[in-house]
Design a protein around this ligand. Structure first.
Ligand SMILES: [Zn+2]
Length: 289
C-alpha cells in the first residue's frame, strides 16, 4: 500500500443552494439547506470507512452558518483550506475585492482551527486569465503557501491551457507560491479536464481509473475534486434556492443531476484502487513543503 503512487483528494465544501440564491440575485439564506449536511455526512462516512483523508476547501459563508463544521473536519484529520468567503467568480471582480473576500473567508477558518491554513481554491477555478500574476501575488500577501485553482485546459468559462500541468512554483513580486493544478488528459492533441465534477459523473469508472494510471506512470498525481452536495441522494432543485421555474432552472437541474447517483460508487471504487492523500501530505512527501 505504502509503495502505491500518491494521488490527491480535495473537497469543495459549500451549500449548493447558497450559490444558487446568489445566481438568482438573492442573498444567501441564513440556514443551510438539508442537502448540505446529508451529502457531507455521506461523503465523510465513505472516507472514514476507507481510512482516507482529504483537503477540504471550505467556503467562509458556509462555515459561518455551521459553526462546528471546520472543527469537526479538522478533528477527523482532514486538512482545512480556503475556498474564499462568498463564492464570487474572480473574473467578475477587482483584485482588491478578491483580497477582501479571501481575508474574510480565511478569518472565519482561522477562528475555528489552530492548524495553519496553507491552501486556496478559487470558486469555479475562476483564475482571471488577464491578471494571473496579481491573483498569485494576493495569495502570497495573505499568507498562503499553495493554490489549487489552475485547470490547464482551454475551457469556455475557466481553464488556462498554457499553464504547466505539474505542480510548480510561481514567482510573484511578494514571494513564491506552489500551484497544484487540476488534472487533464490529452485526447487528439488537446488537454481535457479529468479531475472531477460532471466529467467524473459521465465517465465510466474504468476510464477514470485509466486516467489515474496514465498520470501516475508520468509521476503525476490525479488531483481529484468533489463537492459534498454531489453525495446527497436526493435531486438538487434550484427553484428551492430562488431561481424561477423555467428554461434556465430546467437546464441547471438537468446538468447538476445528470448521473449524480454514480458519484458515490465511483469515488469509492477509486479510493479502493488507488491511494489518495490531502494536498499538504502530498507536498510534504515530495519535499515541496
Ligand atoms: Zn465552489
Amino acid at each position: 500500500m505504502s509503495s502505491q503512487p500518491l494521488n490527491i483528494l480535495s473537497v469543495d465544501v459549500e451549500d449548493w443552494y447558497q450559490a444558487v440564491s446568489l445566481l438568482a440575485g438573492l442573498p444567501a439564506s441564513e440556514r443551510l439547506h438539508v442537502a448540505f449536511r446529508r451529502g457531507l455526512h455521506r461523503l465523510l462516512d465513505l472516507l472514514d470507512c476507507q481510512g482516507v483523508k482529504g483537503t477540504f476547501f471550505v467556503l467562509g459563508m458556509t462555515a459561518e452558518r455551521d459553526v462546528s463544521l471546520v472543527g469537526d473536519l479538522a478533528s477527523a484529520g482532514h486538512e482545512i483550506a480556503t475556498h474564499g468567503y462568498g463564492h464570487r467568480h474572480l473574473w467578475q471582480i477587482p483584485m482588491e475585492e478578491f483580497r477582501e473576500d479571501l481575508r474574510r473567508g480565511l478569518g472565519i477558518l482561522r477562528e475555528r482551527t489552530d492548524s495553519p491554513i496553507l491552501g486556496h481554491r478559487a470558486p469555479q477555478f475562476s483564475v482571471p486569465r488577464d491578471r494571473t500574476l496579481e491573483f498569485f501575488r494576493v495569495l502570497v500577501e495573505e499568507g498562503l503557501t499553495y493554490d489549487s485553482s489552475v485547470y490547464p485546459f482551454g475551457g469556455r468559462r475557466y481553464g488556462l491551457a498554457d499553464r504547466p500541468r505539474e505542480i510548480h512554483r510561481v514567482e510573484t513580486p511578494a514571494g513564491p507560491i506552489l500551484e497544484v493544478p487540476l488534472s487533464v488528459r490529452t485526447v487528439l492533441g488537446r488537454p481535457l479536464p479529468v479531475s472531477g465534477g460532471g466529467v467524473w459523473r459521465l465517465l465510466p469508472a474504468f476510464l477514470i481509473a485509466d486516467c489515474i494510471r496514465r498520470l501516475n506512470r508520468k509521476d503525476l498525481p490525479m488531483v481529484t475534486y468533489v463537492h459534498n452536495y454531489e453525495f446527497d441522494p436526493e435531486p438538487l432543485r434550484c427553484e428551492e434556492g430562488g431561481i424561477p421555474r423555467g428554461i434556465r432552472s430546467r437546464r441547471i437541474n438537468f446538468l447538476q443531476n445528470l448521473r449524480r447517483g454514480s458519484a458515490y460508487g465511483k469515488l469509492r471504487a477509486m479510493l479502493e484502487q488507488f491511494r489518495f492523500v490531502p494536498i499538504r501530505e502530498y507536498l510534504t512527501a515530495k519535499g515541496l513543503l
